[in-house]
Design a protein around this ligand. Structure first.
Ligand SMILES: *Cc1c(COP(=O)(O)O)cnc(C)c1O
Length: 366
């Protein structure tokens, strides 16, 4: 069976280095807010191209802390609106509702599967305070139009970079394109820890300080609490692991890209809609989505022939029980994507034979 993603293989690529880095932390006796965290934050900020990086517990916390910090800073208030893509992982939207803010969902484009920037302006109301873009599937959702619109309308631009570590736009990296970005290092992400971890990147020193304070119980000075914060920190073991894995991120993203190029060049089955070549050039291919009207049949066929696939995602956020208030929304493109999307295995551990097998099976599907 070709598994969708075998994390043991991902880790095995750098097992010796990871083991010794973890062992050094174990022996050091210092497990939180130490040297590994400080160095990781510095190296990741340099990598992304921002002045600050603040580590936190996970990707959802990173996004939640950004919005919470904007509330503490007086930029946003309860009930204000944040524009978010309708087809995203639920965490993007949870970060908004968690803060007592209102998510306003905007449809994607079918050719890019990213938020349709032409629809953003009409979603703006007097209560809109921010636009959150999500670099879903490892593809850049940022456009200069969105940036200019946010500047013109006085809105903060927030990036959800959980799926796109290393993705570029021109000479910049996603995570440095807006006012602040949330990153997840969930094990299955392109840059994954061996547990939960996340980070916020920004050039804004007040925001960086506020996020750091909020993630540390609301305390900037020990036992002095200026905000009602929470505990959301990255731990030393995860920071040490991420420092090792970061060194290989670009090379591993290049392997992902070359596999994606092989899929695109060789899969010619008219029943399948693959991403376009041009659009993929800068993608880091966290996920390789294929659209097929007979998606469930395709998934069963691949499984019966030894290939495991995953659906990202089977139910769109506005159809989830927890968001019953959205149930009346009419979002046909989002729903179509959620009905037709199937993610084909794509990661740096696949060998040539596995890629060829997958291509052959996709072409043989009738
Ligand atoms: C994974 C993910 C998150 C959440 O990250 P966690 O570290 O799992 O909390 C947020 N947004 C998107 C788009 C994601 O894929």
């Amino acid at each position: 069976m070709i598994k969708y993603l075998e994390l043991s293989k991902v880790t095995a690529m750098h097992a010796d280095e990871i083991r010794s880095a973890v062992a050094r932390v174990v022996d050091s006796g210092w497990y939180l807010q130490g040297e590994q965290t400080r160095l990781f934050e510095q190296e990741y900020a340099d990598y992304i191209g921002t002045r600050y990086c603040v580590g936190c517990g996970n990707g959802l916390d990173a996004l939640t802390l950004i919005l919470r910090a904007y509330k503490e800073m007086g930029v946003m208030n309860d009930g204000d609106e944040v524009i978010v893509p309708a087809n995203t992982y639920i965490a993007s939207i949870l970060s908004v509702t968690e803060n007592g803010l209102k998510p306003v969902l905007v449809e994607p484009r079918l050719d890019t599967l990213q938020v349709d920037d032409r629809l953003i302006e009409q979603a703006i109301t007097p209560r809109t305070k921010a636009v959150m873009i999500v670099h879903l599937y490892g593809r850049c959702a940022y456009t200069e139009y969105i940036y200019d619109l946010c500047r013109r309308r006085g809105l903060r631009l927030i990036e959800d970079n959980a799926q796109a570590h290393g993705c570029t736009f021109g000479s910049k990296r996603t995570g440095s394109l807006g006012d602040a970005a949330g990153h997840s290092f969930y094990p299955g992400k392109n840059l994954g820890a061996l547990g939960d971890a996340g980070a916020v990147t920004t050039d804004d020193d007040e925001l960086a300080k506020t996020v750091r304070t909020l993630g540390n119980y609301g305390s900037a000075r020990k036992y002095v609490f200026c905000m009602k914060g929470r505990n959301s920190r990255i731990d030393e073991i995860q920071a040490a692991v991420l420092r090792i894995k970061m060194k290989y991120l670009d090379a591993e993203n290049n392997i992902r890209r070359s596999i994606a190029e092989r899929y695109i060049a060789n899969v010619s089955n008219p029943l399948l809609l693959l991403p376009s070549v041009e659009y993929c050039a800068a993608s880091v291919h966290h996920i390789f989505p294929v659209l097929c009207t007979r998606r469930d049949e395709l998934q069963t066929y691949l499984y019966n022939n030894g290939v495991q696939t995953v659906i990202h995602y089977p139910i769109p956020p506005h159809r989830q029980l927890c968001y019953a208030g959205f149930a009346g929304l009419n979002l046909p493109i989002t729903e179509r994507i959620h009905h037709e999307e199937l993610s084909i295995p794509l990661n740096q551990t696949l060998d040539d034979y596995e890629v060829d097998t997958i291509i052959q099976l996709l072409n043989d599907f009738k």
